[in-house]
Design a protein around this ligand. Structure first.
Ligand SMILES: Cc1ncc(COP(=O)(O)O)c(C=O)c1O
Length: 367
């Protein structure tokens, strides 16, 4: 048997005609950038995220960058975030000229530990950027409390967590703004790059809107120094086709997670912990195991796709050596980087496939 980490062809087969028709409509119209499809997608993402405003952008990375730039964050400022995330979170902070300051993660959820945020707040801190990792929202109440106490912006990196909830509140709706990625492997994935920023702040919305088109308003009169963060109509059209299926697909992921949880219960495999306040959308299902690398190699030998998110925590990345961090600075992030292993969780998995994966892992206990 062969089980890839993600099988986008299986998903595409179920919506192919709809996607082709939607793409063809855009091509016939030749409104290739922005336009009615992007506006419709913005409206619908705002609704499902329970936010007043949404701005379509070129990627999840550009969603974060646009947010930081629109909030006026730059040289001399500090932004507190997690060292256990995809590079883009921190790369964007640093690209604005601001300094990334880390707070270690909670060992169970992999998300930033709110108790470690306040001790690193300084006079220069302008924002907190929690990341809702693997599909589960960070512990937002204490994060918002700290933000309110010190008057800080909160940018939710919800790239992996569209529609997931915390105490019934949607990802992206609790902070100053939320950022989504439509990278093809995301729960709502495009047919290329795309992203979106959501917010309830009208002034910020106007800035985000202008900033995504080189900061110009009106055309050729530049209010701010922005960028080309525009979203292609073809992406919006494909995403509009997929959007009605999103909840069903996330439910399929949750069903698969429950299946794995049950099969791994009482074994050496540590399954993902979901906070009782949260509903996860399981963009990833990451187990923790000893001898992770050996187990990953064993799975690959059996034609089972798996991945390590993330093998090197951000504070130990070569490009951030100048920050002066060393091994031991953020021990939970470092330990997670050594133990996590993402298994196939996509909704089209069959029970037979899941059993094959579970058996392969359990037989690797004494590898
Ligand atoms: C946590 C996180 N932040 C940001 C991004 C960046 O999104 P994109 O790849 O759409 O630029 C990703 C994408 O993988 C991500 O996982």
């Amino acid at each position: 048997m062969q089980v890839p980490l993600l099988d986008l062809k299986a998903q595409y087969a179920t919506i192919k005609d709809e996607v082709l028709a939607a793409v063809s409509e855009v091509l016939e119209s030749q409104r290739c950038i922005g336009g009615p499809k992007v506006a419709e997608l913005e409206e619908k993402i705002a609704v499902i995220s329970e936010c007043r405003f949404a701005v379509g952008v070129s990627s999840g990375t550009d969603a974060i960058l646009n947010c930081l730039m629109s909030l006026g964050i730059g040289a001399g400022d500090e932004v507190i975030t997690t060292p256990f995330t995809f590079f883009a979170t921190v790369g964007c902070i640093v690209r604005t000229g601001a300094k990334a300051v880390f707070a270690d993660i909670n060992a169970r959820t992999f998300n930033i530990n709110p108790e470690l945020i306040e001790p690193v707040v300084t006079e220069k801190t302008k924002a907190i950027m929690p990341v809702h990792l693997f599909g589960q929202m960070a512990d937002m109440d204490p994060i918002m409390e700290i933000a309110n106490k010190y008057n800080l912006a909160v940018i939710e990196d919800a790239a992996q967590s569209i529609t997931s909830t915390y105490k019934g509140r949607k990802a992206g709706s609790m902070g100053t703004a939320g950022c989504f990625s439509f990278f093809p492997s995301k729960n709502l994935g495009g047919i290329g790059d795309g992203g979106m920023v959501v917010t309830n702040d009208e002034q910020l919305y106007e800035r985000l809107f202008i900033m995504r088109n080189h900061g110009s308003k009106p055309k050729y009169y530049h209010k701010y120094i922005g960028g080309n963060f525009r979203l292609d109509a073809i992406q919006a059209a494909a995403l509009l086709v997929k959007l009605p299926y999103l909840d069903k697909w996330s439910e399929g992921r949750r069903r698969n997670a429950a299946y794995y949880d049950k099969k791994f219960s009482g074994t050496f495999v540590q399954t993902p912990y979901v906070n009782s306040d949260c509903v996860s959308v399981y963009n990833q299902y990451c187990i923790r195991v000893p001898k992770r690398d050996e187990i990953a190699a064993h799975l690959r030998e059996k034609n089972i796709g798996c991945e390590i998110y993330y093998p090197v925590p951000i504070h130990l990345q070569e490009c951030f050596r100048y920050l002066g961090h060393k091994e031991g600075d953020f021990p939970e992030a470092e330990r997670a980087a050594k133990e996590v292993l993402a298994l196939p969780i996509y909704p089209e998995l069959t029970d037979e496939m899941k059993d094959y994966i579970v058996d392969a892992i359990l037989e690797a206990e004494n590898i």
